[in-house]
Design a protein. Sequence first.
Length: 267
Amino acid sequence: MKIAIIGAGNMGLSFSKSFLKYELIQPENLHLITRNQSKISKISEAFPKSRISVFEELNELEADLIIIAVKPQDFNKVAENIHFKLKENQMVLSIMAGIKIGKIQTMLNHPLIVRAMPNSPTLLGMGITGYTAAEGISFSQLMNIERLLNSTGRSVYLENEDLLDGVTALSGSGPAYFYYIVDAMIKAGTEMGIDENLSKLFVKQTMLGAYHLINNSEKNLEELIKDVASKGGTTEAALKTFEDSNLKEIIQKGILSAEKRAKELNG
């Protein structure tokens, strides 16, 4: 299999590393395309056996699968500058937030589009990706795509494309929400006089432990909260402040704002 990736940024390169790590593709069959000439030498160092090109040089793409990994805001410009027709059997996998399959089909004048929404933990092979596909894509073609996506973590097929904007808001943007909360907790630690590095250690290990308890406990989240929050205790005092400030509603509202923005990106 030959793969070309248009947009050799963080996500495009993390996908490339996963494909090579699990030997799903030979390095010689990987073609990385960047719009930034100055990045070529750095990308070449990381992928010495692969082909690296600048977008403007493209006059055709010898690939079974073309992955579009540019920012959604840049897609129109990229599509307008593809001056060659895609071959009938070439598959296109988009990992752009918000841009719908119909728009990609129209802009590229090509029917075989799979749309996916990964998140940043794919960098460690611990991501989760929601994906959906245009009509006319066979089960075996879809399984090939899923095999590639699973090299970056886990993947979930969604029949309803509209749900991908929710996936974008929930898991695509999700890591940033956790970083935000972790940052607030670390800052609270330093405000109480705990050394910053020590505060980071306490918060990160607490988050890791809480994750494993969620994953391994038969209790639901409400029960897990009750286990920590004894009546009249310290946890209850914190949770009451969160409730009084409508923190849960604020977080939900923020996630819904992310979904609204994803829908707007289709323009």
